[in-house]
Write a protein that binds this ligand. Sequence first.
Ligand SMILES: [Mn+2]
Length: 381
Amino acid sequence: MKEIKNLKKAADLIKKILAKNGKIIIFGDADLDGSTSALLLEEAIRNVNPAADLLVYFSEWESSDYGLNKQALQALAAYAPALLIAVDCGIGNFEELLMAKIMGFTTVVIDHHEILHTLPEADLIIDPKQKGDQYPFKKLTTVCLVYKLSQLLLGKNFSSFLDQGFAELAALGTIADMMPEEDLNAVLVGQGAATIKQTQRPGLKAMIGAAGLGESSAREIFKKLSLILNISPVTNHLTECYLLLKTASQEEAMVLAKKLLGEADKRHQEIYEITEIVSQRVAQSLSPIIFEGDEAWQRVFSGAIASRICNKYKKPTFIFKKNIQKCRGSVRVPKNMDAVAALKTCAPLLLMYGGHPPAAGFTVSSENVDALKKCLEEYFK
Ligand SMILES: [Mn+2]
C-alpha cells in the first residue's frame, strides 16, 4: 500500500513529543477544512494523552496574511520551543516557516494546496502533491490527511466511537472544500453521512435543529452545514465553527448555532449585493478576465463572490479587498484553466499566492495592482 509521504514520520514525531510532555501548537486555516482539521488533530492527540500541553490557534480572515503569518508567530513566540503543526496552510509560507524555525519551533506542515516553486523549510511536510509522494490520489482534503494521521497516532485505540466523530468532521471539511469525491474523500463523506443523524456532537445536533434540517437527507445536511460554517468569525484566535463542533455543552451549542445561522444569513445577503455591483461593473467589459477590487469589501467574502461571478461570466475572476498598502483576494477560473499556474506566471508581482487550480488566493502590494492585471490579461488572452 502506497502511503502519504511523511505521515508515519509525523505520527512518530507527535508521539515522541507527547512522551516528553512537550508543547504542541496546532495552527489552522480559518475555513471549514482548516477548522475541522485542527479539531480532529486536537481530539486525536487528547485521546493519546488527555493531559497534552496543546494550543490551537487560527489565522484571521481580515487582519493577517493567508496561512501562517508573522503576527501570529509573534503572538506564539513565548511558546517556543514547541512543535508547531500547520494544517490546511503552510505550503506557501516560506518566510514564516523560516521565522518559526529561528524562533525555536519544530515545524510540520499538513496541507493539500499546490506546491509552488519550491518547498518551504519545515521539519516535515505532508502534501500529496509533493515530489516523491507515492499515494496515488492527489486531491485529498487536509481533514482527510489528518484523519489518516489520527489512525497512525491512535493505533489500536482508534475506536469505532472516535471513528464516527472523526468521519463527521472529515465529511464536513471535505464537502466545504469541494474536492472531488473519490478515494478517501468519498469514503469519509459516505461514512459521515451514515451517522450524521445520530451524531454525538452537541454542536452538530444544535445546528441541524436550528437550521431546520431534521427531515433533510444526510447529503443536504452536510451541504447546508458547510455553507453555514465555511466562513465563521474568529474570536480570540479560534474560529466559531471550531468552537461549535468542539463543545460538549448543549447550551453553548444552541447559543453558537443560532449566532452562526444569523451571521450566515447576513453574509449571504452581503455577498449577493456585492456580486450585483461587480456584475454591473463588468457587464460590458471586453477584457479576458474579471479583475475587481474595492476598499469597502471584506476579504473574507472574496472567494464566494469570485465563484458566483466566474460561474456567471465564465471568465477567470479576481476579486479583492483593497487596502492602502496591499490588496488580498481570491481567484476562481472556469473548467480546464489553472489559477495557480496563472499566478505563478505573475509571481514577481505578488507578495503571496497559492491554492488549487480552480480556486486560489493572492496578496499583492497596492502599487503593483495595475501591473498584475496586465500580466494576468496577457496570460489569459
Ligand atoms: Mn483545504
